[in-house]
Design a protein around this ligand. Structure first.
Ligand SMILES: Nc1ncnc2c1ncn2[C@@H]1O[C@H](COP(=O)(O)OP(=O)(O)OP(=O)(O)O)[C@@H](O)[C@H]1O
Ligand SMILES: [Mg+2]
Length: 991
């Protein structure tokens, strides 16, 4: 935002060559670019754009939150934020004084300020704070309905003064508020200038066919006198609904809302009452006619009562009551007084009710407050009456406050900081204020004196008295004092030269309006109303008619004292200013009337304001703020100054930049020329992008580091959890082991992420170790074979030689083979020739072949093949059978030494009976074969065990039955055959 292209200068203090022309030029240039806000230091100048600008949305609010005014483009939000910051940081009460003439945008500015304050709370969605925010904003709607009207200068002109205090708690959140209202222009109720409208409330009530209208028989289309030439519109109808929902939001009950609209209707209908007669009528007085019945119903009073108060007046003279008949003129006057008083009191009462709704509840801690003053602007009409006099006096007082505070602050600041300066000439309007409110000599004092005079003083006499007493005053004149001035009417007009221009006031009605008294009859009538709210508005109507009360203070002096109290209150607060300007008198967008703007600029003293502000220095800034803003411009101050004080840092920075047109105050630095400030700003703007990149980099780094730390923390937690689960698993295993004496029968379910295979393997190794440690190492190879054999047979054969030592190469043992020497020599020579591997098993066998021939052979099993050897020469017969080609080995479940080696790739199985005198060699052969088969092919050798007395084999491609003999035959050879059946005769059967 700070790098947005600048249009003109955003702070008039930075304007080179300051004159009224350059001031207005800059204002105009910015206005053309929709930059309606410009600063004079901390004073905001606002030009009414008369069109909706897209600069007030939530995203715009966000840009101003917590930012210094000079950091962001000028905006009314910046003023609101500065207010809240002072309040939050320093705990000081602040106020925003919004001034400008009628239609300059004061009310709009005040609404934006309230909107910003309501949005800028620390507590989001806290029910109470939300309600306060809502109520503060909704209260505006009601006040505008009843207190605003269309004038020739502003379609939504505030016809009353409003000062609103918003209370905050210690955190800076709004907790409630209070509204003070000042002098409603009640004469509008009964008299309108051409082209103007009455208060919005009348048109809103008449804009739609609502129950109140129906009940009273009123209609939207009727031309009620009070409305002047204007008629209700569709927009009024929309506003009527908004007003009612605002009433609801503020907690007004339905009956109270109805009461209020009834009173409004009553005032409209009072406007319709006419009179007949006058002198010589009924009892000699005027008689009310027209809409009396309607007014009676609307106001909830007795018809006779209303007729009575309009026709005559009852006075207490001592202990007697005297009745005085009204003339026609008096009757009209009374009717108008009643209508005005009823409406005026209604307005004040509504404000009181709003205050009840937004009041800080008892017991709530309220710390600080922001006051927002939005008062009717300075105005000059065709005919200016008492109301304009008060309104313009009020503006005069506020201008005085502005001059005093701004100049005083300025002067005090220079003195405080020990800086020398030359005072700037400006117009002080104190003299005009004194013309109006000085005790004894002021216009108000003269008016009050006239009112207190026991003899009836006319307006004209009042004017004469004023002329006499104020003659010679520079700011007062009349036709009497300036006979040549034809613009002033004799005996009617007087002119006051206000700070904002000459205003001619017509004295007519001044006396009456200043007295502002209402006859007791009328008060009693209204108090007697069946409309509960109306009755409550007029408590003094309950007083006895005989009771004499003190004359109330006059309207002007009441107004003066309430203004004095207001000004005193504002004095104690830190003020912020919004100076509103009208760009044209037509309420038209994008139209610039240079003369009008120049006029306002002149009377608001804006150029003087800039001059005072500059008074030799374009800028003053606290040392710490200065260093904070510009520290990047010097290597000695960036990123941080290592010295002692911000003042030293500022001095070092400026020396480094070779800038010397500055003065060092005690706490602030004063920069003399705007150029210096601009050059600082330009240098800063150049560096900002790289700083932004740096900040982004650091911030991204910080985010990444934070994320990394989080990840690490998560990992630590995860690891701890994992360890815990593993430990629990291990302890479960330990429990299982101890329960079953070192054996795990059931593996508990492993935690996720843990592969139990390792543990199982370790466990098995450990179990194996426990078993193996009892066996000598040299017997491990034999044990392995036995394990293989045991696994292959799996309890299917009882005898397999498990208990005896396995010798393997039996043919090499002389006790088994008497030709062991020859065998060993043959094997050695074959080994040497590379024909065979190391012998693992050998024995003698009886073999049966496909020719049904039984023969003796030797069987040799090496590490990968099975050889049939000649039984004498031990030479291999035919080619060997490779172990990995063996499809299955078939044996019997009894201790028969019969083995069928099935080789799927050959047509013939090896059908052999092992020669094992007194021993079982089948198990040993199976152990060797199973172990080698597993090593060579990775699979498990298929071992078929025949539980009966017969099995089968394949010889010559045919399946043959192989059986044991039913009866022992000692003479039988090892194998016999009959047809397809081969019978093996074990040696025991043969012996
Ligand atoms: N910032 C703004 N953006 C758009 N329109 C605006 C702005 N300020 C004022 N206006 C327009 O100008 C009109 C008059 O403004 P506003 O009622 O605030 O004047 P005022 O200074 O309060 O006058 P008065 O003294 O008569 O009450 C508004 O109704 C609105 O149409
Ligand atoms: Mg206003």
């Amino acid at each position: 935002m700070a790098t947005q292209p600048e249009v003109g200068v955003s702070d008039f203090v930075l304007l080179d060559n300051l004159t009224t022309e350059t001031f207005i030029e800059n204002l105009h240039l910015r206005f053309q670019h929709n930059k309606i806000y410009t600063y004079i230091g901390e004073v905001l100048v606002s030009v009414n754009p008369y069109k909706t600008l897209d600069i007030y949305g939530p995203q715009h609010m966000a840009q101003y939150r917590g930012r210094e005014m000079f950091e962001v483009p000028p905006h009314v939000y910046a003023v609101a934020d500065a207010c809240q910051r002072v309040l939050r940081q320093q705990g000081r009460d602040t106020c925003v004084l919004i001034s400008g003439e009628s239609g300059a945008g004061k009310t709009e500015a005040s609404k934006f300020i309230m909107k910003y304050i309501a949005a800028n709370t620390t507590q989001v969605h806290r029910e109470y704070i939300d309600r306060v925010k809502n109520v503060l904003i909704q209260s505006n709607t009601i006040l505008e309905t009843f207190g605003n009207a269309k004038t020739n200068r502003n379609d939504n002109s505030s016809r009353f003064g409003k000062y609103m205090d918003i209370h905050f708690d210690y955190k800076g959140d709004p907790v409630g508020g209070h509204i003070s209202n000042y002098l409603l222009e009640k004469s509008r109720v009964v008299s309108l200038q051409p082209g103007e409208r009455n208060f919005h409330s009348f048109y809103q009530l008449l804009s739609s066919n609502n129950p109140v209208l129906k009940k009273l028989g009123m209609s939207t289309n009727t031309a009620y006198k009070i409305l002047g030439s204007e008629r209700p519109t569709a927009h009024d109808s929309k506003l009527y609904s908004q007003t009612n929902s605002a009433f609801n939001a503020l907690g007004f009950s339905n009956s109270v809302i109805e009461d209020i609209w009834n009173i409004v209707a009553g005032v409209i209908l009072l406007g319709e009452v006419t009179f007949e007669g006058g002198e010589g009528g009924e009892e000699g007085g005027a008689v009310a006619a027209g809409a009396v019945a309607g007014a009676v119903r609307a106001l909830g009073v007795a018809e006779a009562g209303l007729r009575a108060v309009l026709g005559r007046r009852v006075l207490a003279a001592g202990h007697d009551l005297v009745t005085k008949q009204h003339s026609l003129v008096d009757a009209h006057y009374t009717r108008l007084a009643l209508a005005k008083a009823a409406y005026d009191r209604l307005f004040t009462w509504i404000v009181q009710q709003i205050n009840k709704a937004i009041d800080v509840p008892a017991g709530t801690y309220k710390n600080t407050l922001i006051g927002v003053l939005d008062i009717y602007g300075f105005e000059i009409f065709e005919t200016n009456s008492f109301e304009q006099f008060c309104i313009n006096y009020c503006n005069e007082k506020l201008q005085q406050l502005f001059i005093e505070l701004v100049l005083k602050q300025e002067q005090e600041e220079y003195a405080r900081e020990g800086i020398q300066w030359t005072p700037v000439q400006y117009f002080n309007n104190r003299i005009i204020c004194e013309l109006i409110d000085a005790p004894h000599h002021g216009v108000i004092a003269i008016m009050d004196e006239a009112c207190l005079n026991p003899t009836q003083i006319t307006d004209q006499q009042l004017l004469e008295a004023m002329d006499k007493r104020l003659t010679g005053h520079r700011h007062y004149t009349s036709r009497q004092l300036a006979p040549t001035d034809k613009k002033l009417k004799h005996g009617v007009d007087f002119r006051i030269t206000h700070y904002a221009g000459d205003v001619t006031y017509a004295i007519t009605g001044f006396m009456d309006k200043n007295k502002d008294s209402l006859w007791q009859d009328l008060k009693r009538l209204l108090h007697s109303s069946s409309n509960a709210s109306l009755a409550a508005m007029w408590p003094e109507g309950a007083a006895d008619i005989q009771k004499t009360s003190r004359r109330p203070p006059s309207a002007a002096s009441l107004f003066r004292s309430s203004l004095a109290a207001l000004v005193a209150g504002l004095h104690s607060k830190e003020p912020f200013y919004v100076r509103c300007l009208k760009p044209n008198p037509l309420q038209a967008p994008s139209t610039w009337d240079p003369l009008l703007v120049q006029h306002q600029t002149a009377y608001l003293g804006l150029v003087e304001n800039v001059r005072v502000r500059r008074a030799g220095f374009a800028c003053r800034v606290r040392y710490d703020r200065f260093v904070q803003r510009y520290k990047m411009l010097s290597q000695y101050t960036w990123p941080n100054y290592r010295g002692h004080s911000p003042r030293d840092a500022a001095a070092v920075l400026l020396r480094d930049l070779r800038l010397d047109d500055v003065h060092y105050g005690h706490t602030k630095l004063f920069i003399r020329s705007a150029k210096t400030l601009q050059s600082l700003e330009a240098a800063r703007a150049e560096l900002i992008p790289s700083i932004v990149v740096l900040l982004q980099k650091l911030w991204r780094g910080a985010i990444a580091r934070r994320r990394y730390k989080k990840m690490k923390a998560a990992l630590t937690i995860f690891n701890a959890w994992k360890r815990y689960r593993y430990r629990r698993y291990i302890s479960e295993l330990q429990t299982e082991l101890s329960r079953h004496r070192g054996v795990i029968r059931r593996w508990p379910p492993a935690p996720r992420g843990l592969d139990p295979a390792l543990l199982v393997a370790a466990y098995r190794r450990w179990r194996a170790y426990l078993v193996l440690r009892a066996v000598p190492r040299e017997r491990w190879a034999e044990l392995r074979l036995k394990v293989c054999c045991g696994a292959a047979l799996r309890g299917r054969r009882r005898h397999w030689g498990a208990a005896r030592p396995w010798r393997g190469d039996y043919l090499a043992a002389p006790d088994y083979n008497e030709k062991a020497g020859a065998y060993r020599a043959q094997v050695a020579s074959m080994q040497k020739a590379g024909q065979i591997d190391k012998p693992l098993f050998s024995c003698r066998i009886h073999k049966f072949n496909r020719y049904n021939k039984s023969s003796e052979r030797c069987l040799l099993v090496t590490s990968n093949a099975i050889y049939k050897l000649d039984s004498n020469s031990f030479k291999p017969l035919k080619k060997p059978t490779y172990i990995k080609d063996v499809g299955a080995v078939r044996v019997m479940s009894s201790d028969v030494q019969l083995v069928v080696l099935c080789v799927p790739s050959a047509k013939n199985d090896l059908v052999a009976a092992l020669e094992a005198p007194g021993d079982d060699l089948v198990g040993e052969l199976l152990g060797v074969l199973a172990s080698r088969y597993c090593m060579l092919s990775g699979g498990e050798l298929c071992v078929e065990v025949e539980s009966g007395a017969s099995t089968r084999c394949t010889l010559g491609g045919r399946s043959r039955a192989l059986q044991l003999p039913a009866h022992a035959d000692p003479r039988a050879p090892a194998f016999t055959h009959a047809h397809n059946v081969i019978t093996y005769h074990p040696p025991s059967a043969r012996a």
